[in-house]
Structure formats: C-alpha cells, structure tokens
Design a protein around this ligand. Sequence first.
Ligand SMILES: [Zn+2]
Ligand SMILES: [Zn+2]
Length: 235
Amino acid sequence: MIDIKCLGSSSAGNAYRITDGRTALLLEAGFPYKSLQRELKFRMSDIAGCLISHEHGDHSKAAKDVMKAGIPIYTSQGTANALGLAGHRLKPIKAHQQFEIGTWSIRPFEIEHDAAEPLGFILANTAGDKLVFLTDTYYCRYRFAGLTHIMVEANYSLDIVNQRVADGQLHPAQKKRLLRSHFGLEHVKDFLKANDISRVEEIWLLHLSDGNSDAARFKREIQETTGKMVMVANR
Ligand SMILES: [Zn+2]
Ligand SMILES: [Zn+2]
C-alpha cells in the first residue's frame, strides 16, 4: 500500500507526501515552509526524510526550513551546492547508489533538465510496492520493472503549445525551453508504453502547466491508453 497526497503540483510549487503506513516521506519542498506545515497539518515529526529532485524554487523553496525542523534532506551534491545546503541534516545522494529511509529503499537516477545534478527516484518498500517519481525532465533514458505506482510530470501537450505559439500567446523561445526541460503528455504516453505497467495501481500526472495543459483531457487520454486509475495532481 502506498498512500500519496499531493500538497501542491505546479510551477508555483511542488510537494507530495507519500507513506507506506510505516514511513512517511516528503517528495520535494517547493513552496513556503508555512504552507507546507499547514498542508501537513503541522505533523512535521511524522516525516522521516525529504527528497529533492533539483534546485529550482518550485521544488526546493522550503529546503532550509525543512532541515531546521529536523527533517533530513536527501539530494544530489550538485543540487545542495546550488541551494547552499550544508550540515548534518544534509544527506548527499548519487545516481544509482541505493539508500534506505525506514521501510523504503530508494534508488536515484539521472534525469535531463536545465539544473546542476537533477535526479529521479525509484522508491521500493518492504511490502513490495515500487514507485517511480519522474519530474522536470525532457527524456527518461531508463526503463523500470515491477512498478506499482507512477508519479510522472505531464507539463504540456505539444498540440496546445503549438497552438499557443501560432496564436502569439507563447514565444517560440519559451516553447524551445519547454521542450528541452519538461515532460509532456506525449512523453508520458511513450514512457508508459516502454515500461511494463501490468502491476501498476495508480498513475499520477504531475506539474501541469497553467496554459499548456488540460487536466481533464490528460486524465482521460492516459486512462484510455492504460486502463489504470489516473490522478491529476493539479493544485
Ligand atoms: Zn525545474
Ligand atoms: Zn518544476
């Protein structure tokens, strides 16, 4: 069993609480600490650790405050340097070096984004669940076996982006940056095709862009292509 709670998911700030009923973790800390506390109902001491994928503010804003609250931060040295994080609550991690937090075994892997040392995560627990967390990347070079939960960015859809460029609502340079830094609906479909999703119970679509996405349509299309339960983290 994995329980996933979206505390926020957009370019305004990303954070998710996941638990297997024994160890609760925070994935990202991308909005002000006070809002994070409120969303977690002030039960910060429940959180055994916080994983941060990269240094952009929408993923890391509360990192220092989270450490001050006594929660260890697990992130790459490149991300820690970019954020100026140090001290005994900083746990530097590296791609392909597995580590444990409570009942979770976590394996980071490289992703492709305009950041210092961004990481995605595979989180497996002792109950046999396996979750992939993949955001802020324009490509995923890995395939994963035995996934039960997928949390994946669905930032935009190419047809919406192209229409907005044609309508003059989006500058071609913004489109270029988007395509070289974020995962879109088309990527999500390719990713789901490339991986064995027979054991998957839930697919979460993350980090939808305000202008370049359509939550209802994304949910419907992924539900139709996979037959799985799809949740859109759009708050
Ligand atoms: Zn980013
Ligand atoms: Zn982001």
